[in-house]
Design a protein around this ligand. Structure first.
Ligand SMILES: NC(=O)C1=CN([C@@H]2O[C@H](COP(=O)(O)OP(=O)(O)OC[C@H]3O[C@@H](n4cnc5c(N)ncnc54)[C@H](O)[C@@H]3O)[C@@H](O)[C@H]2O)C=CC1
Ligand SMILES: CC(=O)C(=O)O
Length: 318
C-alpha cells in the first residue's frame, strides 16, 4: 500500500506448538484479550492448525486489537518472544499425569530441538503434562537459562482453589489469596498457613471445620479427573491461566503466579522444576518466593519433590 511504513520485527510474537484442545483454547483466549501482535500456530496435524488459523482470523473483526495469526513452521520460532508448548498426549480416564511421562518426553525432545534449531532465544512456557517434568526436560534439551523456561505448574490448581474458597465464603475469587504448590498432580498441597481473604486468615474463618477444608482441597486436587470423566479433557481454565502468564511476561508485570520453577536450594530442594509462587516478568522467572511453610506443609512439599524426582530419574541420569 502506498505510503505504508514497513516496521522492523519489533512486535510481540507468540509461537504456539500444539493446537489441540488446550492449545486452540489458549489461542482463542489470547486473541480475545488482545495480548500479542503476532501468533503463529504449529502442530503435527498441519490441517488442524491451518484450519484453526483460518477460523481465528475470521474473528479478528471482533477482537480488541489487530493480531496477525498464521499457520507456520518451526522457522517462525526464530524471532518469537515466547514459545508455548501444548503438544502431546493428554490423560485418558483413569490415567495420572505422571503416566504420560515417557511418551511426552519423546515428543518434546524432537519439538524442543526443532525450536532451538530455528535460532529461538526467548522464553518457553510449558503446559503439557506432566508439566513439572516436561519443564525440566525443556530446560535440559534447550540449554536456555532456567529463568527462561516456565511451566504452568499449579497456576490452574491455585485458580481452582481460589474459586472454591470464593464460592464457600461468597467472596469474589479475585480477592482470595491462597496458593496450591508442589507437583501439578496428585501430590500437590494447599498452603493453608498463608491463605487469606481481605487480610483475614482463612483458617480462622473456617472455625475448626477441618472436614470442609479437606473437602475443598480434595475437590481442587481431583478436579482434572472429575472433568475428564465428564467431558474427556480440561482446557478452558488452563488456557486462561496460560494467557495470564503470557501477559505477565510480555507486559513485564512482575506478577506473582504459582508456576513450575527451577529450585536451586529454595524450599530445601534442588535440581527440580515444581510449582511455587514466583515473580514473573520480561526476563521470565525473576525470583522464586520462598514461603515460610509450617512443618506439615514442608513435609508434603518434600514428598512432592521426591515423587517428581523418582519419576524423572530413569530419564535424566547423571
Ligand atoms: N498444565 C495444565 O494445567 C494442563 C495441561 N494439560 C495437558 O496439555 C496437553 C495437551 O492436551 P490437549 O490439548 O487436551 O491434547 P490434544 O490431544 O487435544 O492436543 C495435543 C496436540 O498435540 C499435537 N502434537 C502431538 N505430537 C506433536 C508433535 N510432535 N509436534 C507438534 N504437535 C504435536 C497433536 O496433533 C494435537 O493437536 C496434555 O499433556 C494435557 O495433559 C491439559 C490441561 C491442563
Ligand atoms: C489435565 C490437567 O492437568 C488439569 O486439568 O489440571
Amino acid at each position: 500500500m502506498k505510503g505504508m511504513v514497513v516496521m522492523a520485527n519489533n512486535v510481540n510474537r507468540v509461537a504456539l506448538i500444539g493446537t489441540g484442545l488446550v492449545g486452540s483454547s489458549y489461542a482463542f483466549a489470547l486473541l480475545n484479550q488482545g495480548v500479542t501482535e503476532e501468533l503463529v500456530l504449529i502442530d503435527l496435524n498441519k490441517e488442524k492448525s491451518e484450519g484453526d488459523a483460518m477460523d481465528l482470523n475470521h474473528g479478528l473483526a471482533f477482537a480488541p486489537n489487530p493480531t496477525k495469526i498464521w499457520f507456520g513452521s518451526y522457522d517462525d520460532c526464530a524471532s518469537a518472544d515466547i514459545v508455548v508448548l501444548c503438544a502431546g498426549a493428554n490423560q485418558k480416564p483413569g490415567e495420572t499425569r505422571l503416566d504420560l511421562v515417557a511418551k511426552n518426553l519423546k515428543i518434546f525432545k524432537t519439538i524442543v530441538t526443532d525450536v532451538m534449531n530455528s535460532g529461538f532465544n526467548g522464553i518457553f512456557i510449558v503446559a503439557t503434562n506432566p508439566v513439572d517434568i516436561l519443564s525440566y526436560a525443556v530446560w535440559k534439551y534447550s540449554g536456555l537459562p532456567q529463568n527462561r523456561v516456565i511451566g504452568s505448574g499449579t497456576i490452574l490448581d491455585t485458580a481452582r482453589f481460589r474459586y472454591l474458597l470464593g464460592e464457600h465464603f461468597d467472596v469474589d475469587t479475585r480477592n482470595v489469596h491462597a496458593y496450591i504448590i508442589g507437583e501439578h498432580g496428585d501430590t500437590e498441597l494447599p498452603v493453608w498457613s498463608h491463605a487469606d481473604i481481605g487480610g483475614i486468615p482463612i483458617l480462622e474463618s473456617f472455625n475448626g471445620e477441618i472436614d470442609k477444608l479437606d473437602e475443598i482441597f480434595v475437590n481442587v486436587r481431583d478436579a482434572a479427573y472429575d472433568i475428564i470423566n465428564r467431558k474427556g479433557a480440561t482446557y478452558y481454565g488452563i488456557a486462561m491461566g496460560l494467557v495470564r502468564l503470557t501477559k505477565a511476561i510480555l507486559n513485564n508485570e512482575n506478577s506473582i503466579l504459582t508456576v513450575s520453577s527451577y529450585l536451586d536450594g529454595e524450599y530445601g530442594a534442588n535440581n527440580v522444576y515444581i510449582g511455587v509462587p514466583a515473580i514473573v516478568n520480561r526476563e521470565g522467572i525473576k525470583r522464586v518466593i520462598e514461603l515460610n511453610l509450617n512443618e506439615e506443609e514442608k513435609n508434603k512439599f518434600q514428598h512432592s519433590v521426591t515423587v517428581l524426582k523418582e519419576t524423572m530419574s530413569p530419564f535424566f541420569q547423571g
